[in-house]
Design a protein around this ligand. Structure first.
Ligand SMILES: Cc1cc2nc3c(=O)[nH]c(=O)nc-3n(C[C@H](O)[C@H](O)[C@H](O)COP(=O)(O)O)c2cc1C
Length: 326
């Protein structure tokens, strides 16, 4: 069995595995993006928090490292940086992705630049609007996900989005870190997966070692929704969707809840942490799938395991196998 879906042909990839963008005030590394694309998946550069020139450098470096293999450049509506988006359009990456808000004119502009468009949604209504706007692929992201998501779980959301937007292909996201998750996504009607947290725990991810160790040691219940995030990073006044980030619990998160009178001081502390490159000690965006991650391994191995395990899980589920896979 080789796992290949029509989405692979559309995106020009071998395996239906997308590395979700991992934006924030930290460097995840373009090497990770390239490693996923070179392993036959689709890597994604996150534009969030990057100066336009830095983004241009990363896109060019990724193109060099991947030698014609496709990769994505991601923007979000929290906030939408017009200058950075202009850089993306000039560089004409194979895929442009957008998250956290209405597609608006992004779809047309990216299509005009020759890029395919992927849009992340967290409700069926958003998915329908995305399909009407002409996006090529929809990411249905459940509440288990690391980073910003809505309140609907992946298992309930994905088949509803698949039904609502057919024939637009859907990627399942949120809570997927091994091949059983990929197999489940395919059974739900998705044509692949968009995986974030598992790739934070990769050799190539340039995040702090303390964060990687915390992911390996975490239980799923340690990855909590951070309801006060809007007070740290205000949502856009228009075009943005209601989302709440999920992060590994930290002393900062606990203090915000325990000391309601101190939020002004805590906000200042967080701003300083962002300036000094320590935001991950305060708000390490991470999903519930951290509980499934037990070791840091190269990105290509993550892709390989996802495919191999999914094939085994699907064989098992079809009744042809004996015993529980893994
Ligand atoms: C640290 C981190 C940063 C993220 N940044 C972005 C981003 O900039 N843009 C985006 O579209 N999604 C972002 N996401 C979401 C991921 O791309 C992906 O959709 C999500 O992690 C999938 O769920 P999982 O964490 O359960 O695999 C981020 C997720 C994490 C964990």
């Amino acid at each position: 069995m080789t796992l290949h879906t029509p989405l692979c042909d559309l995106l020009g990839i071998e395996h239906p595995v997308v590395q979700g963008p991992l934006g924030g005030p930290w460097d995840v590394s373009v090497e990770l993006v390239a490693a996923v694309s070179n392993a036959g998946g689709l890597g994604s550069i996150a534009a969030a928090f990057k100066e336009p020139d830095q983004l241009r450098d990363e896109i060019r470096r990724c193109a060099l490292l991947t030698q014609g293999r496709p990769f994505a450049v991601n923007h979000t509506r929290r906030p939408f940086d017009e200058e950075a988006f202009a850089v993306t359009l000039e560089e004409q990456p194979p895929v442009v992705s957008l998250a956290l808000g209405e597609p608006g004119d992004v779809v047309q502009r990216a299509h005009d630049a020759g890029s395919l468009v992927v849009l992340q949604v967290t409700t069926v209504g958003q998915a329908v609007r995305a399909a009407e706007a002409g996006v090529d692929v929809i990411v249905a992201q459940g509440a288990e996900a690391g980073g910003f998501s809505g309140g609907i779980g992946t298992l309930a959301l994905v088949p509803q989005v698949v039904d609502a937007v057919a024939p637009v292909p859907v990627l399942a996201a949120g809570g997927i870190a091994d091949g059983r998750g990929l197999a489940a996504a395919l059974v739900l009607g998705a044509q692949g997966v968009n995986v974030g947290t598992r790739f934070l725990g990769s050799t190539e991810a340039a995040i702090a070692q303390t964060w990687k160790r915390a992911i390996v040691e975490a239980q799923s219940e340690d990855a909590v929704k951070v309801g006060f995030a809007d007070e740290l990073v205000p949502p856009p006044s228009e075009g943005g969707w209601l989302t709440v980030p999920r992060a590994l619990r930290t002393a900062f998160i606990d203090r915000w809840s325990d000391e309601p009178d101190e939020t002004a001081a805590l906000r200042a502390e967080f701003a300083e942490a962002m300036r000094s490159g320590r935001a991950h000690d305060y708000l390490p965006l991470t999903g519930q799938s951290a509980g499934l991650i037990h070791e840091v391994i190269p990105a290509a191995e993550i892709v390989g395991r996802l495919i191999g395990e999914a094939e085994a899980a699907l064989t098992f589920a079809s009744g042809a196998g004996a015993g529980v896979p893994r």
